[in-house]
Design a protein around this ligand. Structure first.
Ligand code: CDP
Length: 150
């Protein structure tokens, strides 16, 4: 009984922490042949033209990897397989941003810019020069290391 109560209170503490941090936004670090998929935003006006890792808000009841797969399907018309996490939680206005690493599923279509101005594959030497949105710039060193490790 005590163990059940302890487990329940742990779940409640986790939920309270999640609520305090606000909604989770996932971002996808999709890697292929040593290159990273990056996407150029169209909105809001302050962010239009700047580049990001594709992603979006996790829906209620949805796991983060499922949200990554859904966002890539909706925004890029492709299919990814989530392979891990990158970096720490990044505070953003909308809540918290968590980067997940991914690869294109075998036979997946080439990503298309359905909701972005453009998408492209970038190499490790280019990443420092990209005009990133603020939160994503914080993981550039991790992204370079990720590309170089493969
Ligand atoms: O369309 P949805 O609301 O699901 O997602 P979004 O508008 O693309 O992203 C929600 C928030 O997360 C916005 O404030 C984005 O600027 C931010 N974001 C970010 O900072 N970096 C990313 N790679 C993706 C989203």
């Amino acid at each position: 009984m005590l163990r059940i109560l302890a487990a329940r209170s742990e779940v409640l503490v986790e939920r309270a922490a999640a609520l305090a941090a606000g909604p989770v936004v996932v971002a996808t670090a999709a890697v292929r042949a040593g290159l990273l998929l990056i996407a150029q935003r169209t909105r809001p006006p302050a962010l239009a033209g700047r580049w990001e890792l594709p992603g979006g808000r996790v829906e209620p009841g949805e796991s983060e990897p499922d949200a990554v797969v859904r966002e890539c399907r909706e925004e890029l018309a492709t299919q990814v397989r989530v392979t891990g996490r990158l970096g720490t939680d990044l505070p953003i206005d909308a809540g918290v941003l968590r980067v997940h690493t991914a690869e294109l599923a075998s036979g997946a279509p080439e990503p298309q810019a359905l909701e972005h101005a453009a998408v492209r594959w970038a190499g490790p030497d280019e990443l420092a020069e990209v005009d990133w949105v603020d939160a994503d710039r914080a993981v550039v060193a991790d992204l370079v290391a990720l590309l170089r490790s493969g």
